[in-house]
Write a protein that binds this ligand. Sequence first.
Ligand SMILES: Cc1cc2nc3c(=O)[nH]c(=O)nc-3n(C[C@H](O)[C@H](O)[C@H](O)COP(=O)(O)OP(=O)(O)OC[C@H]3O[C@@H](n4cnc5c(N)ncnc54)[C@H](O)[C@@H]3O)c2cc1C
Length: 224
Amino acid sequence: MKVVKPWIQCEAFDGVKIMKKLERACRTCYRSEGKITDTSYKQLLSNCIKVGHESILEHEKITVRIQCDIGFYKDVTRHRAGTSFSIESTRYCNYSKDKFTNNIHFIEPLYSDNKEKYKIWKETMQSIEDGYMKMAAIEGTTADELRMLLPHSTAAEVTMTCNIRQWRHVLALRCSSHAHPSIQQIFIPLLLLFKKEMPEIFDSVPYNEDFPKKKYAKVEILND
Ligand SMILES: Cc1cc2nc3c(=O)[nH]c(=O)nc-3n(C[C@H](O)[C@H](O)[C@H](O)COP(=O)(O)OP(=O)(O)OC[C@H]3O[C@@H](n4cnc5c(N)ncnc54)[C@H](O)[C@@H]3O)c2cc1C
């Protein structure tokens, strides 16, 4: 059994370049390409968002790769519009195999600082892993059968792509205090990155500012 932390890897992107491409698409509506300057995208995009002319944000997308728990993707895959997922399959991945170092990986729960709760969680995960490995040792057992033993805390990798409009929508819902904490943990630091790189688009997206910063998932930029 391995206890791991969640993380998020974001493909390298140039926020200004994305916003300039969105401006060019948007100006088709008014045939006002002649008004493009080095900074004209700022006012244009802010105005479009203010009046709800948001379909222009669908022309660009960003892909991230996430290490999360099953509970995270159970909730986040409810988003249908402008969103694509590829998710590590518990139907094909057999964690008793060498490829997975013969371990189930579990995401550390947010209450790991509470010794009493963490002890119960860890003992429960250990007994689940023991059962998984015991069943895996029975000849002919398939990953399909084994996955029935896996809990929400099981770690999984997810590749997620959204267009910019949909990122605004997903992050607004999932960075709120109403979203599950394990989702806030991953998406708040991503939203903060988007706010820094594309303030004209993401500054108006709210988030739970009381979520403990020390629990934020690590964000890494992937260059390739
Ligand atoms: C705090 C929280 C608690 C939740 N609790 C539950 C729960 O207990 N049980 C449960 O089942 N779900 C729950 N959900 C899931 C929620 O109901 C949505 O299914 C999920 O957030 C996906 O969002 P969305 O509908 O905006 O879809 P998206 O795919 O993100 O769609 C984006 C937008 O496109 C439009 N759209 C997409 N599809 C349609 C459509 N078919 N018809 C009309 N317009 C559409 C809507 O404007 C929508 O907002 C919860 C979500 C949150 C954030």
